[in-house]
Every structure is written in structure tokens, then in C-alpha cells.
Ligand binder design. Sequence first.
Ligand code: ATP
Length: 309
Amino acid sequence: MTTGTTQVTKAAGARAAETGQLAVDVRGLRKRYGPVTAVDGIDLAVPHGEVFGILGPNGAGKSTTVEILQGHRTRDGGEVSVLGADPATAGRDWRARVGIVWQDESAPAELTVRETVSHFARYYPHPRSPADVLDLVGLQEKADSRIKALSGGQRRRLDVALGIIGDPNLLLLDEPTTGFDPAARRQFWDVIRALADEGTTVVLTTHYLQEAEALADRIAVIARGRVVAEGEPAALRREYGGEAVVEWTEPDGGPRDLRTTTPTRTVAELMSRFDGEIPGLRISRPSLEDVYLRLTGQEDGPKSEEDER
Ligand SMILES: Nc1ncnc2c1ncn2[C@@H]1O[C@H](COP(=O)(O)OP(=O)(O)OP(=O)(O)O)[C@@H](O)[C@H]1O
């Protein structure tokens, strides 16, 4: 359910989209910490209404990038426009339109969930209704629970509730599900999808490939402070996936495999050679995980949900 205010601000987002203005427009972003180059010339273009994933291994420069978008970190170079303003100098009105999900929001443990959300709503000129927000994040049944009694996953959903109570046009999330168990992670994804369905632009960082693939319309893969690939998950797989592998078993029992960009032709040739079923036929394509590992040059691979069980 959306409030009247939500419709008005989302309509403003749609108008910006019509005029071709991007929600996030970053060009040549650079940031150093002493001798360490954390961000080394990043470009990002996120249209209104998109869920955009910044994916990369530890230390790639994701948090630094998002903190600059939030206006919480200075940059050394490049141009940054977020909802049409430079975060380094944007004022209060801009802050009210950008939702930030803090980790470990310092909400008073003795307050109830409803009291906390209602309290934070007062900071914003056009807040959403606290009841709608609790509904959206799936905390309506916990509305009268004290914060100290929430589970970790519920606590994180409260953090999201506080990030969206001001009815932002853009939500910026830095590694929102780190430390979640698989069930909590899936519930959290549902919350993000619900926001996206309402038209909220979402930029989130993650080092979980599966999370980026599940949520993002487009992904920027970053490594060592640079964007190494960008596009829709399926397009990335197509573009960087390379060849398919066709495997089969010869009549003498010998296993065979062939790397090819035309697996259909290979199978057609095999069909003309074999009478009936081709023994042991298997066609595999590189997964997005294979692509990600190659792009980021990781030896030990990205984290998966399984690692955290
Ligand atoms: N305040 C800081 N002072 C000095 N170096 C920093 C600081 N913050 C980050 N760095 C360094 O900058 C690089 C990028 O860090 P950043 O936190 O942006 O990466 P990240 O992709 O978010 O990593 P993670 O997934 O581990 O959070 C790393 O080498 C990191 O050690």
C-alpha cells in the first residue's frame, strides 16, 4: 500500500526519469587512504527505478563508494551526482530523499518497534505512515515488541524500516545481509523487491554473487577500485562466459569433451554419428560465479550462503 506522499515523490522520480536524469551519476571517482588507492576511477550510471548491485570481493572499494554517495566520505577526484545534487554539499532536503540503512542503528532498546519508527518519522518532512512501513518490512506482528527482544534478522528489518520511513527516492545499502542466515537473507530480499516494485531506486553493495543476481537489474563488478564489468546478470554471463563444454562417451567407452561457442552444432554432428541417444551427453556453460571469479581474480572464490551455515 502506498501513501499519497509516496505517489507524489515517486511521480517526481518518474518525471526525472522522463527527462533522462539519472538517480546516480558517477564519473571518474577516486579515493585514496594514504598510500592505499581504494577507488581508482569508477563510473556508475543508475537510472531511476533500478535496483543496482555493486558486487566485489573484500577490499574492492564498495563501502568507500557508497559512503561517498551517501555524503559521509569525501572524495579525491571525479564527479558525483545523486538525485541531481553533489552529496558533498547537498542540504537537508536532499538528505530527506536519500534513505540510508545504518548497521546497528542506535535506537533505544527499551522503545517498542512502533514507537521507534514513529519517532524517526518526525525527522522527515513527508514521512510514510509507520504502519505501512512495518507492513512492508514484515514487522507488523512485532510492532509492540521492545527492540531488545528482536532477533538479529528482525533488528535488520527495523534498520531498513528506519531507512525508508522518510519515503526516500533512493535507498543506499552497504552489505545489508552480511551475517544473515539463508532464511533471513531471503526475507530481506523480499523487502527490497517490494520497495523496487513501488519505484524506489536501490543501490546496494554485496560480496554475495547470489544476492546480486537475485536482486539487481544490473550489476557493476568491482575489483581493486575499478569497475571490471557491468550489465544485467544474464548479459554478463553471455558476454564473459565464453565457451560451452559438450561432453559425451564414444562407443568404445572413451569419455570426450569439446569446448565450443557453437554447442548446438556439435550436438547435431554427434546426432548424425550416433544411432539414437548420445551416451553421456552433457552440455555445461560457465556459471555467473565462474565469470565473477575470473573478473575479480579471486583464488578462493566468493562467499556463498553455504559458507555461513
Ligand atoms: N578509513 C580507512 N583508512 C584507511 N584505509 C581504508 C579505510 N577504509 C577503507 N580502507 C581501505 O580501502 C580499501 C577499500 O576498502 P572498502 O571498505 O571500500 O572496500 P569494500 O569493498 O567495501 O570491502 P569489504 O567488503 O571488506 O567491506 C581497502 O584496502 C581498505 O583496507
